[in-house]
Design a protein. Structure first.
Length: 220
């Protein structure tokens, strides 16, 4: 049984290189595109990409709808189906301009890779992110153990995160030299964005230096 097509492999390698070098796509994006191409090739039995037409596109869309995610047998999510189809459409649009492929892939046939309106709407819907209230964070900090140096460090990191809005990656590499120890509350120097007090606790106020200082919020 055929499990790869040498010509397809060559052109896939060229396309992934284009995405990486010309468009600056990261490894996660490249993996998603590679998976979309793999799903399509598996469905067609590794036929040459030159054979692509609207019939293949329609049958592949129906095939995607029948696949399971592998998690309890549930079908692929609307987001996965939409992302797969859009990745394929972008690939064939690029491929149609490549040598030996020009004139083989019709623009109208690529349009048959558009996801249905319902899937596209679900995939693009913004889901509200869940986050604890500031009062919950304050309560968590107050109840955190602080007997050992490690426990004090952990408690301080949580307080620094809520006061500064710093990213986890920044907090993970935080050193004492990055702190303004003269401030009422040592404040990480992470740049102008992180220096805002939009995420400060309810009783926090801004001191003269522009740093966030708590008013009885984290005194215990």
């Amino acid at each position: 049984m055929i499990r790869h097509n040498p010509e397809n492999e060559r052109i896939k390698h060229a396309y992934l290189g284009f995405l990486r070098e010309a468009l600056g796509r990261d490894a996660a994006a490249l993996d998603a595109v590679a998976m979309a191409l793999h799903r399509f090739e598996t469905f067609t039995g590794y036929l040459d990409f030159r054979t692509f037409d609207r019939e293949q596109a329609g049958e592949f869309k129906a095939h995607l709808a029948s696949l399971s995610s592998g998690r309890g047998g549930s079908p692929l999510s609307a987001a996965t189906i939409t992302a797969t189809l859009r990745a394929l459409k972008a690939f064939f649009a690029w491929l149609a301009e490549e040598k030996h492929y020009r004139g083989k892939i019709r623009a109208n046939d690529r349009e048959f890779l558009n996801p249905n309106a319902n899937n596209a709407r679900i995939a693009s819907a913004r889901r509200p992110s869940r986050a604890p209230a500031l009062e919950d964070v304050e309560r968590a900090i107050r109840t955190m153990p602080s007997g050992s140096d490690t426990e004090k460090r952990d408690r301080a990191l949580v307080a620094a995160a809520i006061l500064s809005g710093a990213r986890i990656s920044a907090l993970a590499s935080l050193k004492l030299k990055h702190l303004d120890l003269a401030s009422t509350v040592p404040k990480p120097r992470f740049g102008p964005r992180a220096s805002s007090c939009h995420s400060r606790p309810r009783n926090a106020r801004r001191n003269r230096s522009g740093y966030c200082s708590p008013h009885k919020a984290l005194s215990n």
